[in-house]
Design a protein. Structure first.
Length: 613
């Protein structure tokens, strides 16, 4: 009887071992948990398990073949995890350079992306990690099984948690039963990205030694964490992938870091934050973002790139924007991959070198852009004293050119930081069509220079205005604005400029020339990404104006209505708490919005200012 019991127990243990052995990642005990990215990934071979690729549907259009596929990510908790994706490639009968594309939070894989990239000569796999529906007539989709790196049931119908999991703490859906970096959602998404690289390696339409990766927002973060994979020959993170997210901005701006989400901050910093990964990346890096991006804060980009142990990197951003790179940035991505994956010379300038020399209370910024091909069109220098990279207004400076260099003298304020960089615009050989529209230019940022005192006094920003109340007189057109929605909306961060006195005993004046038309003005504001206690939410107001010649339209603070919820008693807009300020104009006769980026649209706008009551 005892022998039978022993035999039965042995069988159970044997079966458990066999199940355990098939797991992609054997679970850690507390003493085994890695403390570096190298330790974390050293025993994982993304080629070892069969991908078990299934082709669900195929399209052939305009010289591009796209396949809706699924493949196995791995086996976790004795259940297969499978991910859906679009695999697109040129219908040219050749092997092509290729890259993995990783979408952002709340998004999905997009067939149009793969088609666009294929028309530029690339094969791509666009992984649908969030599990949102991709095609109306296809039900087969991503199925993570018994783990869940999604953002919850709002997007992923099979979600096991209510939302995104940041922490490294174990739960019933995590890989490890102890605190571990593998319990972070990022780990599973990087695993999926590595498996996508393996997929590309195995395709007959792909050069296995010419593979890169790019991703947007959260996909940019996945790109940064995957970039150390030696199979990648170049990477392009978009608006995501900066390190140091565990650090507040200078001055202790509440809400500027994510460290409050972690009980295990030291492990996060050492094994999950991109600052632990960038020193290990050996391939060329192009970091694409926007000047006011909330996810890849501007200064953190440069701090991250400084961790690279090579100089083959660039930064390209569009100005006065958040999380929305423009055609010049998307075109540079294609050229970056043309250079580093196809080996085609793209005449991409080096990062323009810059210096910041301090002389007493003055700092001289100098930039010397490369122009060996005589392609440099303009050099714009921007600076700010605001430590909040998400909401700061970048002031365009009047720089002085001397030979091949541009320079600018700036005042140093004792308890305020100074940030300055140059945006250099270059022509390209021919107009390029991108996912954001056509462009005949690209932008390459200079090195950012900064002075950050040990103690930063945010109140010191409020005394730099010298009584100026003008938001914009439009003498420089839309220099201080971002153009959105094809010109039907313009946006500025000018209300965060320390050069403007934003006292709340003033009204807002908009001077406009309707040129005989009846117009409806719509102003909307937001306060996101200020110090969390200063966020007043969003407001909007509409007013009509008509007539010939200049018309002054005045807005009282009480005229603005709260967006999304009922305004509380006594709650009025605070000018100093406006981060983004949007303006659009509707022609009430044609029912069409005015293109404010057109010559006619710009000529209508004469002044926005805060005026005394």
């Amino acid at each position: 009887m005892m022998n039978q019991i022993f035999a039965a127990k042995s069988l159970v243990l044997s079966l458990c071992f066999n199940v355990f052995a098939k797991e992609t990642f054997p679970v850690y005990l507390a003493a085994d948990v890695p403390q570096t990215p190298i330790e974390l990934w050293k025993d994982y071979d993304p080629r070892s398990e069969a991908l078990d690729v299934q082709v669900v549907k195929e399209w052939k259009n305009d010289g591009v073949i796209t396949r809706y596929i699924t493949f196995k990510v791995g086996k976790f908790k004795n259940t297969d995890s499978r991910i859906a994706a679009y695999y697109s490639f040129p219908d040219n009968g050749k092997k092509n350079a290729a890259f993995v594309w990783c979408h952002g939070g709340g998004q999905r894989a997009e067939r149009a992306h793969g088609v666009s990239f294929a028309k530029h000569g690339f094969a791509t796999i666009d992984i649908n990690w969030l599990g949102r529906p991709m095609e109306n007539d296809v039900e087969v989709n991503t199925d993570w099984g018994k783990v869940d790196p999604s953002q919850g049931p709002r997007f992923y119908s099979k979600a096991l948690r209510k939302g995104w999991k940041r922490s490294l703490q174990p739960d019933q859906y995590s890989i490890d039963p102890v605190v571990s970096p593998r319990n972070s959602n990022w780990f599973l998404l990087v695993t999926a990205a590595k498996r996508a690289i393996t997929f590309l390696e195995q395709q007959p339409e792909v050069h296995a030694d010419r593979i890169g990766m790019a991703g947007f927002s959260m996909g940019g973060m996945v790109t940064s964490l995957t970039a150390m994979d030696p199979r990648l020959k170049a990477v392009v993170p978009f608006v995501g992938g900066t390190g140091y997210k565990f650090e507040d901005f200078p001055g202790g701006i509440k809400g500027s870091s994510i460290r409050q989400h972690f009980q295990d901050l030291d492990m996060y910093r050492k094994t999950v934050d991109p600052s632990a990964y960038w020193p290990l990346v050996t391939c060329p890096v192009l970091f694409i973002s926007s000047s006011n991006d909330f996810h890849s804060a501007f200064d953190r980009i440069y701090k991250s790139m400084a961790l690279l142990k090579h100089n083959e990197w660039r930064v390209s951003t569009n100005i006065h924007e958040n999380h929305d790179p423009g055609p010049e940035q998307w075109a540079l991505q294609i050229k970056w991959f043309n250079l580093h994956l196809k080996g085609i010379n793209q005449k991409i300038p080096v990062t323009p070198p810059s210096t910041l020399e301090i002389n007493g209370q003055t700092a001289r910024f100098t930039v010397t852009p490369e122009d060996r091909q005589q392609r440099l069109l303009i050099t714009e220098i921007y600076y700010s004293y605001d430590p909040n990279a998400r909401t700061r207004f970048w002031t365009r400076a009047d720089a002085v050119q001397s030979g091949d260099s541009w320079s600018l003298d700036l005042e140093i304020h004792k308890q305020l930081p100074l940030y300055v960089y140059a945006s250099c615009r270059y022509s390209i050989d021919e107009e390029m069509e991108t996912l954001k529209g056509p462009t005949s230019t690209i932008v390459v940022n200079s090195l950012e220079q900064s002075i950050v005192p040990e103690y930063v006094d945010l109140e010191a920003l409020t005394v730099l205005h010298h009584g100026n109340t003008v938001i914009d007189d439009f003498k420089n057109g839309l220099q201080d604005w971002a153009v959105r929605e094809g010109g039907e909306l313009i946006r500025t961060y000018k209300f965060q400029s320390p050069d403007v006195d934003r006292s709340n005993d003033r009204r807002l004046l908009l001077r406009i020339d309707p040129s005989g038309r009846k117009l409806s003005l719509r102003l909307s504001t937001g306060s996101s990404f200020l110090h969390s206690q200063l966020n007043q939410g969003s407001f909007f107001v509409t007013k009509s104006v008509e007539g010939q010649g200049l018309q002054d339209v005045v807005f009282e603070p009480k005229d603005f209505k709260k967006s999304g919820k009922k305004r509380q008693a006594g709650e009025v807009i605070d000018w100093s708490r406006i981060t983004r300020f949007d303006l659009s104009i509707l022609d009430l006769k044609t029912k069409q919005k005015v293109d404010l980026s057109s010559e006619q649209g710009i000529s209508m706008l004469k002044l926005i200012s805060l005026v005394d009551e």
